[in-house]
Design a binder for this molecule. Sequence first.
Ligand SMILES: [Zn+2]
Length: 298
Amino acid sequence: MQQIGPVKIIEGPNKSKVPYSRSLYIDGSSEKVLIDTGADPSLLKQLQLDSGIDLIINTHYHPDHTCHNTLFSDTEKWINRIEYHMPLTIEGISKANGIFQEWGHDGVKKWGQEIPEEWIKSLTEINGYYEYEKQYSFGNVHVHFLHTPGHTKGLSCPYFPDLGIVFTSDYDMTSFGPWYNGTDGCIEEFICSAKRLLSLDAKYYITGHQKGIFNKKQFHAAMINYLDIIDQRDEMIENYVQKGYSFDELTTIGIFYPKHSLKHSLFLTWERSGIRKHLHRLGYTVVNSNMSRIMVKK
Ligand SMILES: [Zn+2]
């Protein structure tokens, strides 16, 4: 287990790759706080047995960061203020994931039958929220929950100014690139939040998935390549539109996800909602998804 001062880094299986994520454990002498619960469940349970967990904090509502909330039914759980006030129900989550936007009521109904029960249960157990941009003290450890929207509307990145640590959660520098594919995601906000992370006085950037710990210089270099993927997606989509592809045709190519994975309805949903965002950014409006000429430039 890696540790920077009082902050322990708890890995998820497979280098914390989705559907898992990295968790942080703040060992601030009097108060023990776990940030996100996507790490290996046996490690999390062991932590609880060895040192205790007084409070769980979720950076955002996605299941890879909240999935093991259910292991700690008696522990207080907080999420950011925006997502605490979001309907964390099947309907609310299916709207945020683009299910309603892409497939309407029938899609929501179908998804409601398929969604793992734990996904919603892990959210309904959340019983409080934290404010953004305010200092919290857990024992002697000070944390600010920065509002870093783009990935989701409410995502916060916990920043420890005294320790020079920031937990960048899903600003994760993976080769997949930025994810803003829910209806509550936004490309422009994503870029702003990424720039804000770079502007912090931080020595350690800890991502929620795969790569792990970066120093500031490494994080800066990785961020340039990471954000560049947004421009590459723009270019690819613009080229296909110029060739006369319809919206439905565009969504079968595999701009975000590998083509073969688009047979899974959730990936196809995210592929579609992601492409919509780029089309909007490029100045196109989808008029009718299956007509051959569907894009209208503003
Ligand atoms: Zn996420």
